[in-house]
Design a protein around this ligand. Structure first.
Ligand SMILES: Nc1ncnc2c1ncn2[C@@H]1O[C@H](COP(=O)(O)OP(=O)(O)OP(=O)(O)O)[C@@H](O)[C@H]1O
Ligand SMILES: [Mg+2]
Length: 173
């Protein structure tokens, strides 16, 4: 017997940038409402170049810090933002040559206490980067209009499940 729990993937179609911003804000709201921000939440953002991972991250960060300039972490690997309640770590692992490089960034110290980690190109951090609580995959299928995106959101831990469930509940209202 595998003992696997059911994995539910929620799909969204976002027809313009504003809808991506709305989803990022709703996701941030669900992180707060479930207290996940105080427990430490790891969110993988998957998808091709230009799919909208950084765009989603910026909207998520600006939900907590309106007007905050969000720098690209492509060269620094991580940029951190401290709000009154939580620290948001925005990672982009695209330029990692070897996942071992993460040891120099002391990620274990970063991923402690109250934090949310948004991780672009998480595949590059395997197997060193800790597992995700939520995986968000952004796609820009060829048949879609220029601004349309498809999003798949999957919880992969109990905490992640609570956040996604809260998000879906709020979206049904
Ligand atoms: N619905 C949408 N959601 C998100 N981005 C959109 C949407 N429509 C258009 N875009 C545009 O797509 C671009 C996505 O770029 P972004 O830098 O977020 O991609 P990325 O996935 O982070 O790529 P990379 O892997 O290079 O870091 C943005 O400039 C944004 O303006
Ligand atoms: Mg990016």
């Amino acid at each position: 017997m595998s003992g696997d729990t059911d994995v539910v993937t929620n799909q969204f179609t976002l027809i313009n940038e504003q809808e991506t911003i709305n989803l990022a804000h709703a996701f941030a709201f669900a992180c707060e409402a479930t207290n996940a921000v105080n427990k430490g939440l790891i969110v993988y953002l998957k998808g091709d170049l230009g799919a909208g991972k950084s765009f989603f991250s910026r909207a998520f960060i600006q939900n907590f810090l309106p007007g905050q300039k969000v720098k690209s972490p492509t060269y620094t690997i991580v940029e951190s933002y401290k709000t009154s309640t939580v620290t948001i770590h925005h990672f982009d692992l695209y330029r990692l040559c070897d996942p071992e490089e993460l040891e120099y960034l002391a990620i274990r110290d970063l991923l402690m206490g109250s934090y949310v980690a948004l991780v672009e190109w998480p595949q590059k951090g395997e197997p060193i980067f800790p597992e995700a609580d939520v995986v968000i995959e952004l796609q820009h299928p060829q048949e879609f209009e220029s601004e349309n995106r498809r999003v798949e959101m999957t919880a992969s831990s109990v905490l992640g499940g609570a956040v996604v469930e809260q998000l879906m509940m709020n979206m049904r209202k």
